[in-house]
Design a binder for this molecule. Structure first.
Ligand code: EPZ
Length: 417
């Protein structure tokens, strides 16, 4: 198993380019199964989650080539077979294959995606959408069985703006008969990106990225070429790393609008921020202020940057409060940060971070990909050396993070043991 060795680092300085967005690529790979012909997807990050998703569609018979951040997928000859639980349990996004398969085969059996460290991750809203479109649903022996000769458009209200449920329903509706209207839809940029890809394939989707999405079903979809949007969560992670070291870093390949809540919080903390069309620069000011954060669906502050900003908050004077409203168990990094000397108390969905403590290096473990990124960030400013274990979590969502941080002056090494 590999680990990261991180030591106190000088202020990070320089430029870094973010990769294409993991959470856009995964639904786009699923959507490519609905096209006739070969889809080309560019700026695809070389992540283990992407390789797992490619492994799953290869098992279904798709032809997949992935090199130099470019994916070629032809799903003309896919077969309707059950996916083995081994790869399915690695990524929840495997459940995004449900809709594409249901639009091609009248009966689909797919493994229920397991929970994960941050929560039980139910799929009731996905299933509600499929049922509203006429699918018959059976759940037994860890499997979901979906049956529908032809899905029919309908009105679907999401009780919670679930990202995955919105994506699955949009894909199912794209080849359904008639019109589907999703209300209270999730509005994350990754949903807009997937919908733009589907529209290039011939789908008729309006309103993606807003709370009301209207999809008019079509008979067939055709292969398309698409460049994935930048990864706003990777960009936010680097902003936090630069901030905690008091550095001066320009992050390139960014859509600042996708980070509006995050940039606003950094400005509230009194960090210097410079934006242009496709980059954001952060630099240290005096008198950094503590702030509170509440994670909520986009465009509010993203839950996927909560651990990284908690690490930043441990080094600030004063008290910060984080209210995590999306996942019921996304504070597992608190125990690890406490081992580094952080003073954090949990009260239900809130974490109270008393800053000002000197962090010291320790042996810690990544509990999920964003928590692991948060530990790297804390270790950059902790006194002494930290060893971060279970970094396979981190490598699910960050491509060669140690090389990118090293290029900015960070003292981080990957140890393959
Ligand atoms: C996506 O997960 C992201 N993953 C997550 O990123 C991200 O944290 C999450 O959206 C929220 O932004 C991908 O896009 C691959 P949800 P998803 O459905 O779709 C409840 C990362 O770090 N819910 O919006 O699974 C659920 O319990 C990962 O890159 C239901 O109740 O998120 C949770 O509390 C982690 N019923 C909330 O919605 C459902 O049917 C958010 O879940 C579905 C969800």
């Amino acid at each position: 198993m590999s680990k990261f060795i991180v030591e106190t680092s000088e202020p990070l300085k320089g430029k870094i380019r973010t990769d294409g967005a993991k959470n856009a690529v995964l639904p786009i790979i699923a959507a490519s199964l609905m096209a006739e012909g070969k889809c080309i997807i560019e700026d695809v990050p070389d992540l283990s989650d992407v390789h797992t998703m490619c492994e799953l569609i290869r098992i279904l018979g798709a032809e997949v080539r992935f090199e130099n951040n470019r994916l070629e997928i032809c799903a003309d000859n896919i077969i309707n077979r059950e996916l083995p639980y081994e790869p399915v349990k690695k990524i929840r996004a495997s459940f995004l294959l449900a809709a594409p398969l249901l639009t091609r085969f009248s009966k689909v059996r797919i493994q229920m995606p397991g929970g994960c460290p941050i929560g039980i991750r139910p799929i009731d809203l996905h299933l509600k959408g499929f049922a509203r479109m006429g699918a018959e649903i059976r759940q037994e022996f860890g499997m979901i069985e979906l049956t529908a000769d032809k899905l029919g458009g309908n009105e679907i209200y999401l009780d919670f703006p679930s990202v995955g449920a919105t994506e699955n329903i949009i894909m199912a509706a794209a080849l359904a008969e008639g019109v589907t209207v999703i209300s209270n839809a999730a509005t994350e940029p990754e949903i807009t990106d997937m919908s733009e890809f589907l529209n290039k394939m011939g789908a008729q989707i309006e309103g993606a990225g807003t709370e009301t999405v209207r999809i008019r079903g079509v008979d067939r979809l055709y292969a398309a070429k698409h460049r994935v949007i930048p990864d706003r969560i990777e960009a936010g992670t680097f902003l936090a790393a630069a901030a905690i070291t008091g550095g001066d870093v320009r992050i390139e390949n960014v859509i600042p609008e996708h980070l509006r809540a995050v940039i606003s919080k950094l400005k509230e903390m009194n960090f210097g921020i410079e934006e242009d069309d496709d980059s954001v620069r952060i630099y240290k000011n005096d008198d950094i202020k503590s702030v509170d954060i509440k994670t909520m669906p986009y465009p509010a502050f993203p839950t996927d940057l909560q651990p990284q900003f908690m690490s930043l908050m441990t080094t600030m004077n004063g008290t910060c409060i984080i209210n995590e409203t999306i996942f019921e168990n996304r504070f597992q990094h608190v125990g690890e940060l406490s081992r580094m000397g952080a003073n954090i108390k949990l009260e239900g969905k809130s974490a109270i971070i008393k800053g000002g403590n000197r962090l010291t290096g320790a042996e810690v473990k990544a509990t999920d990909l964003r928590a692991g990124a948060g530990l790297i960030i804390a270790a950059l400013c902790a006194e002494g050396k930290s060893e971060i274990g279970d970094i396979y979590h981190i490598e699910r969502g960050y491509c060669r993070i140690e090389e990118k941080l090293k290029a900015l002056g960070a003292k981080i090494e990957k140890l393959d043991i």
